[in-house]
Design a binder for this molecule. Structure first.
Ligand code: FAD
Length: 290
């Protein structure tokens, strides 16, 4: 039996009071699908778990100019949202493949990002959608671009007394198409061997006005492949150009691929080369089919 105190505050104010009272002894828990697995695996628990589950007003998906998604929004809410499916498609691709329906019913977007696993499925989509993370602490609110949020494997810039309140996606991203490929051996209940997200905006002349490429399991943190993005800007949207972008994205100038028990580095490299062009094409098709 592993012992811990379990607090269920009714609002953010109470969360901050408890965080102040217990300091380093406390850990926040949302859906618990990472926290509880860690407690079970390590047979160690923090002295106090502070549950966020009663903060129902942090579960929402809104479009008002830009897009705003509450920190406690579950993957299942994202999966069932038409707005997310049609306008933030890469995020829909990712959220609807997290674990199983049972996991998605409780696991949250905020938890996936705060846990900061290099394999977090929703990280690459949020990177190509240019999301900002809104954090609130006793000192007030601050916004951090998601590209600056991850500090290392399982480490972020979030302070222990801050709560992830919201994800903001700029209005301009509505003009982009986007797609995410989770490359894994099984179709469900599996973390990606490599994750590839691409967003594109094309001109009427079929040139790439703008594009973003992000990868998971390609470095200690989820990353943007900036060099490949720079290469794409202003180029015609052709097979050859997309192939070259895949080669740049998979090179050591963009990522630090490693061999792990689950798969070898050369295989991850090959999959990036193949799926950057495929995801770019799917993203472009999605703009046309709106
Ligand atoms: C069976 C199973 C399958 C899984 N499959 C996948 C998968 O396919 N892809 C994938 O990416 N992940 C997967 N996961 C991992 C997990 O489900 C996700 O990372 C999930 O999104 C975590 O969300 P949560 O709400 O459960 O987080 P929790 O476990 O509650 O919290 C995770 C971390 O985030 C912190 N935290 C949570 N919310 C906030 C907040 N609002 N503000 C500040 N800190 C916060 C917690 O303190 C903790 O450190 C799986 C897990 C299980 C058990």
């Amino acid at each position: 039996m592993i012992d811990y105190e379990y607090k269920i505050p009714a609002d953010l104010h109470e969360v901050f009071t408890l965080l102040k009272e217990y300091g380093e002894k406390a850990t926040l828990v949302a859906g618990g699908t990472d926290v509880m697995v860690k407690i079970r695996n390590t047979r160690k628990a923090p002295e106090v778990l502070i549950s966020l589950r009663r903060l129902e007003d942090l579960r929402y998906i809104r479009k008002n100019g830009g897009y705003r998604i509450g920190g406690l929004t579950t993957h299942r809410m994202l999966e069932l949202s038409n707005l997310v499916r049609t306008e933030l498609s890469a995020l829909h691709d990712a959220a609807s493949q997290v674990g199983s329906v049972q996991v998605r019913n409780v696991a949250t977007l905020g938890g996936n990002i705060c846990n900061a696993a290099p394999s977090a499925d929703t990280a690459a989509p949020l990177l190509v959608l240019d999301a900002a993370v809104v954090l609130e602490g006793p000192g007030g609110r601050r916004r951090v671009p998601i590209a600056e949020f991850f500090k290392g494997t399982y480490r972020t810039v979030k302070e222990p007394d801050e709560v992830l309140i919201e994800f903001d996606i700029p209005e301009k991203m509505g003009a982009f198409g986007s797609a995410y490929w989770k490359h894994s051996r099984r179709k469900a209940m599996e973390l990606p061997l490599i994750g590839i997200a691409v967003s594109v905006k094309l001109s009427e002349a079929n040139e790439i006005e703008d594009s973003r490429i992000a990868l998971t399991v390609a470095a200690p943190t989820p990353i943007r492949a900036y060099l490949a993005e720079d290469f794409l800007r202003g180029k015609p949207f052709t097979d050859q150009v997309l192939k070259e972008a895949g080669e740049i994205a998979s090179s050591s100038e963009c990522c630090t691929l490693r061999t792990s028990l689950r798969c070898e580095a050369w295989y991850r490299e090959d999959m990036i080369k193949i799926f950057v062009p495929r995801m770019a094409k799917l993203a472009a098709e999605r703009i046309k089919s709106r």
